[in-house]
Design a protein. Structure first.
Length: 90
């Protein structure tokens, strides 16, 4: 199954927040009431959570559901850095 881009962004954010809180997938899965294998699939964008699970994951991480759903990819810093480098070298 090919999911929409938001699923990839959600997966990355879920992993980022879990690691930032020092949680293992087992701990997150237990707190959210899901199987550890499903937590892994969510972090690999192999599954898309329902809205109720999104809320449980957010609670387990101490964030809002909105925090787990970045609307856009972060900007690519390479063009910005290249522009700054050109300015400095000119």
């Amino acid at each position: 199954i090919k999911h929409e881009g938001i699923v990839q962004r959600f997966a990355g954010r879920l992993r980022e927040l879990r690691l930032a809180r020092g949680l293992t997938q087992v701990e997150l899965a237990t707190a959210a009431g899901i199987a550890v294998s499903y937590a892994g699939r969510l972090e690999r964008a192999g599954a898309a959570p329902g809205i109720d699970l999104l809320a449980r994951l957010a609670d387990a991480l101490g964030v809002t559901p909105h925090d787990l759903l970045p609307l856009a990819d972060p900007p690519d810093p390479l063009p910005v850095l290249q522009g700054r480098a050109r300015t400095l070298f000119d």
